[in-house]
Design a protein around this ligand. Structure first.
Ligand code: TPP
Ligand code: SF4
Length: 272
């Protein structure tokens, strides 16, 4: 992030960031702020809404309007803000626990409603803030502080859930692929309707340590290797295919968003 981007959006009195060395959250924050700058977002026309968790602490550092809400409920607060004032750029930051586990139901309905929000879900495959417990996205068989013999459950695909629920834009990036991530975030912010960018990101302190990748560089190499394009994914065969995940733009459609449909219905009702 350039000095000018940081100075525009970050509270310098709150630095350095609280995140552990090697955490991916700083990379995602940088990509998001560069996207804000490229789109000309101002601090007074932008609201960043967060849930609870390590990634949910991002609002502590921002000069934009910000609202730190409750665990799993950030999308509900953000929906209220956007419905009341559609002119605001409303961006919602959630972890995989926040956005897809305790908050999974809100994710389904925000996407179904197609409210014009951008959700950036940092998926580090566990609950970072509370000690590395498993979440709905922890891959089957992997180790966390509460699945010490391996996770007996199957993982939830956040992007697939957003797609079937009705999101207009869905992409998956990683903290390793910083430039692509910034482009996805920009596209998501530009899209009218519900957009979601999932970012697979390192938590070396918990998920990495529990899965033989305690060094940040090992986690970045893992993201570099396992995050593949649709074409690369289609060429993979065999049981090891499950270790890989699709990256890139996955959904891009233009279904009218909630506010547009609401205004149409209201105009018809007023005329009648
Ligand atoms: C209703 C409620 N339940 C549980 C908690 C405790 N809690 C705080 S953060 C968190 C998990 C955070 O994990 P995630 O959303 O994946 O974010 P990360 O910390 O990994 O960025 C939990 C369970 C809480 N604050 N509120
Ligand atoms: S516990 Fe994990 S997610 Fe939280 S700041 Fe540390 S590395 Fe990042």
């Amino acid at each position: 992030m350039s000095h000018a981007t940081g100075a525009k959006y970050l509270k310098k009195d709150c630095l350095p960031l609280m995140w552990c060395p090697g955490c991916g959250n700083g990379i995602v924050l940088g990509a998001m702020l560069r996207a804000f700058e490229e789109l000309g977002y101002q601090n007074n026309d932008t609201v960043v809404v967060t849930g609870i968790g390590c990634w949910g602490k991002a609002d502590d550092y921002l000069l934009t309007n910000a609202l730190h809400t409750t665990h799993g409920r950030a999308l509900a607060f953000a929906t209220g803000i956007k419905a009341y004032n559609p002119k605001l750029n409303v961006v919602v930051l959630m972890g995989d626990g926040d956005g897809a586990t305790i908050g999974g139901n809100h994710l389904i309905h925000a996407a179904r409603r197609n409210i014009d929000l951008t959700a950036i879900v940092v998926n580090n495959y566990n609950y970072g803030m509370t000690g590395g417990q498993f979440s709905a996205t922890t891959p089957a068989g992997k180790y966390t502080s509460t699945t010490v013999y391996g996770n007996p459950e199957r993982e939830l695909d956040i992007c697939a859930l957003a797609e079937v629920s009705g999101a207009n834009y869905v992409a998956r990036g990683t903290a390793y692929h910083g430039w692509e991530l910034q482009e996805h975030i920009k596209e998501a912010l530009n899209k009218k309707g519900f957009s979601l960018v999932e970012v697979v990101s390192p938590c070396p302190t918990h998920y990495g340590r529990n899965n033989s990748m305690s060094a940040a560089v090992e986690m970045l190499n893992w993201l570099k290797e396992k995050g593949v394009t649709r074409e690369q994914y289609s060429q993979l065969n065999g049981p090891y295919k499950e270790e890989y995940f699709l990256t890139g733009k996955l959904v891009d459609r233009d279904v009218p968003d909630f506010n547009t449909r609401y205004e149409e219905i209201r105009a018809r009702a007023v005329k009648a």
